[in-house]
Design a protein around this ligand. Structure first.
Ligand code: 3H9
Length: 690
């Protein structure tokens, strides 16, 4: 018997228990002994039925993602499922936790599926730039109908047992003891006269209107911006309707292998592991205990404060918001109510859920009301003087061990911590706007921040569904510091001859949801104007637009023109004239600007700044920077993040072009970071740096 697959016999029922921690991924170490065990149980005349169950916290979470890209080892997952389908004795998958990807596909190779009430099942391969590759796109439509299967496979979202039972994806939901019920069910099936029919032989649900199916494809793939896998997945599900079973299976395999070997999947697999790696913080032992967070406070009920309060309430944490006066509280709470009402209207939460969430949020004007909070997050005006006042006041009222967090996006967390008598309890929690929606949370570790405070921030992020990255203290941390490296280039490109449309198009062609000028129009030009003023910086075009009251979408004019009630950007002749006038005033000669120049002068300085951030150990690893950019700034998922992209594209070329622009402009943003130069010479990647 192997370590990973154990066979036990229970009165004629063979129970195959898979044990491959942490998530029973179907790597070779599991596939090979499972293949053997199936053969053994099938050949044993005393065995009347077979149950496949898993030890540990979950049923199989899929194929072993780390095996992709390595030489294949037999038996493959399709071989294993074929083996299952060659067995006439009833086979039952007993599902607890999550049956995902190849895990669900294996379960679909069984005659029957029984699951815990709390189990989830799904085919999330699209999130890895893949499609199911072991029959999922062919078997699931036969079991639950093509439209339901299409929705599950293209969205990649797992479903719970109410829906699974309704769709017929599981035969029974276990009420108490899954394994005992699975064995009893298997015995019933073995003794019943009912024929045991594999999914491959069930085609009644495939008789559907193909035109309606194609409409459904359009609807579900609408959000697949710039990604290929969701479209390929839809194609594979369609094949399940139009092709014979084996032909559809062969085609699915071809499409899977094509996706597996694509850049898009390499990027998404990189992000999968990078997101998990980011929670391992150098110098903080895994076993460090997090502090308890039962109650939170937020200072400030503006857009950011209200968003943070909603993020906390969404994760089930009661929140008290502190404001200067009752009016400000009422405005903040009204904004929260309106936002939740919008979610109810869109169908993303129920009216009861809205009540529960708003019920967790209250307001106060007294610091003393925060005394029993386990964490207080400050989201006041981005000014060191104001922050100091808040932290001094908080230090006076919070109980010992409570965490004092700042939502600063630029300021020195060490300086903020120094205003309290407990700098070990101070941490930066940089949320991104809108804070209840955006996934990224930069956790800023001050010089004195205690390890268990970082651990608590990571646990809090998980509880409220954020993607955390721990970063060090510097102006703008990881994200905003890299953004600043390209920002100045945007206006320089306009002065040199480009138009806002041209710059933005280069960004959207690369896969960004929008370009920098569309972005600033959406966020408000006044926001960056105020920030420049606080930093003693200027931007000739942006400043003049602000002086003219052109703040972007909210005023109908910014770098673009917006017609009444429209969010569609139109070129603004006023902006074009302004650019030409400023260029003349500054003596800049305007010329043709190529798309390559735009990329080299915007993306490359960001990558360069990222390398400097690594050198200074502000980020622990290049993949942390990728996680920041994909989750907080809209960097295209299909490209895996700026540092991953740079490695795949070629660091040598990037360094050559940075040197070119450095010679030409003398601007420090182009001066290659020493580690980039080193990697350009050695041909290595960021992972090779020690
Ligand atoms: C597939 O199945 C293709 C087939 O259709 C065709 C094949 C021919 N492989 O997330 P966690 C690791 S594609 C390898 O922190 P949780 C993970 O890296 C696959 N490793 O736990 C982490 O390692 P570490 C389709 C995996 O409780 C540890 O397990 N399936 C895999 O928050 C714990 O993970 C998926 O896409 C894997 N498949 O969440 C499911 N899965 O501790 C992917 C996890 O060293 N997995 N690891 O950092 C998940 O969604 C979550 O892990 C899960 C548990 C919900 C299961």
């Amino acid at each position: 018997m192997s370590d990973t697959v154990k066979i036990t016999r229970d009165n004629g029922i063979a129970v195959l228990t898979l044990d491959n921690p942490p998530v029973n991924a179907l790597g070779h170490a599991l596939r090979a002994p499972l293949f053997e065990a199936l053969g053994e149980a099938n050949a044993d005349d005393t065995v009347q039925a077979i149950v496949i169950a898993c030890a540990g916290r979950t049923f199989i979470a899929g194929a072993d993602i780390s095996e992709f890209g390595k030489p294949p080892k037999e038996p493959s997952l399709p071989d294993l499922i074929e083996k299952l389908e060659s067995i006439d004795k009833p086979t039952v998958a007993a599902i607890h936790g999550t049956a995902l990807g190849g895990g669900l596909e294996l379960a679909l190779g069984c005659h029957y599926r029984i699951a815990d009430r709390s189990a989830m099942i799904g085919l999330p391969e699209v999130n890895l730039g893949l499609i199911p590759g072991a029959g999922g796109t062919v078997r699931l439509p036969r079991l639950v109908g093509p439209e339901a299967a299409l929705k599950m496979i293209v969205s990649g979202k797992p479903i719970g047992m109410d829906e699974a039972a309704r769709l017929g994806a599981v035969d029974r939901v276990a009420e108490s003891d899954l394994l005992a019920e699975a064995v009893a069910f298997a015995r019933d099936m073995a003794t019943s006269r009912k024929p045991h029919i594999h999914i491959r032989a069930r085609s009644e649900k495939l008789a559907i209107d193909l035109a309606a199916f194609d409409e459904a494809v359009k609807a579900v793939t609408k959000k697949a911006r710039g990604l290929t896998a969701p479209h390929t997945a839809a194609e594979a599900v369609r094949n399940a309707i139009t092709m014979e079973f084996d032909a559809a299976l062969d085609r699915e395999r071809e499409l899977f292998l094509e996706r597996r070997d694509s850049e898009e999947s390499a990027a998404q697999r990189h992000l999968f592991f990078a997101t998990r790696e980011a929670t391992r913080v150098p110098g903080i032992p895994r076993e460090t205990e997090a502090r308890k967070i039962a109650r939170a406070g937020v200072i400030g009920a503006g857009t950011m404060g209200a968003g943070i309060a909603m993020a906390l309430a969404n994760g089930g944490i009661p929140v008290t918001i502190l404001e200067m006066n009752e009016d400000a509280i009422a405005r903040g709470l009204a904004h929260i109510d309106k936002t939740y009402a919008g979610s109810v209207k869109r169908g993303s939460i129920t009216a009861e859920e809205k009540e529960a969430r708003t019920g967790r949020i209250s307001g106060t004007t007294h610091y003393a009301d925060l005394a029993d909070c386990d964490i207080v997050i400050e989201a006041v005006f981005e000014d060191m003087g104001v922050k100091r006042q808040v932290f001094t006041a908080l230090g006076g009222v919070l109980k010992p061990g409570a965490i004092l967090a700042s939502n600063t996006s630029y300021l020195d967390v060490n300086e903020i911590a120094a205003t309290t008598s407990r700098p070990q309890d101070v941490v930066g929690l940089h949320f991104f706007s809108p804070a209840h929606v955006m996934k990224l949370l930069e956790i800023v570790r001050g010089e004195e921040t205690a390890p268990d405070v970082i651990k608590t921030a990571l646990a809090l992020a998980r509880k409220i569904g954020k993607v955390p990255v721990v970063v060090g203290v510097c102006n703008g941390f990881v994200g905003n510091r890299m953004l600043a490296a390209r920002r100045e280039q945007n206006e320089d490109l306009l002065l040199s001859g480009a138009t806002p449309e041209q710059v933005d198009r280069v960004f959207t062609d690369f896969g960004w949801p929008m370009g920098p000028f569309q972005m600033v129009d959406l966020a408000g030009l006044d926001i960056s104007w105020k920030h420049r003023q606080s930093q003693g910086l200027t931007a000739p075009i942006g400043d003049t637009l602000c002086e003219a009251g052109h703040f972007g979408q909210k005023t109908g004019r910014g770098f673009y023109l917006y017609e009444e009630g429209s969010r569609t950007p139109k070129p603004d002749p006023f902006v074009q004239e302004l650019i030409e006038k400023k260029a003349a005033e500054l003596g800049v000669e305007r010329r043709e600007i190529s798309a390559d120049e735009i990329t080299e002068r915007t993306l490359y300085p960001m990558i360069n700044e990222g390398a400097k951030i690594l050198e200074e150990r502000i980020a622990a690893r290049a993949s942390d920077i990728d996680v920041v950019w994909v989750n907080g700034y809209g960097f295209p998922v299909a490209k895996g993040g700026p540092m991953f992209w740079a490695e795949r594209f070629g660091i040598k070329t990037i360094v050559e072009r940075l040197e070119h622009w450095h010679r030409k402009t003398g601007n420090r943003v182009f001066e290659p970071a020493p580690i980039l130069r080193q990697l350009a010479l050695t041909g290595g990647g960021f992972g090779d740096l020690v």
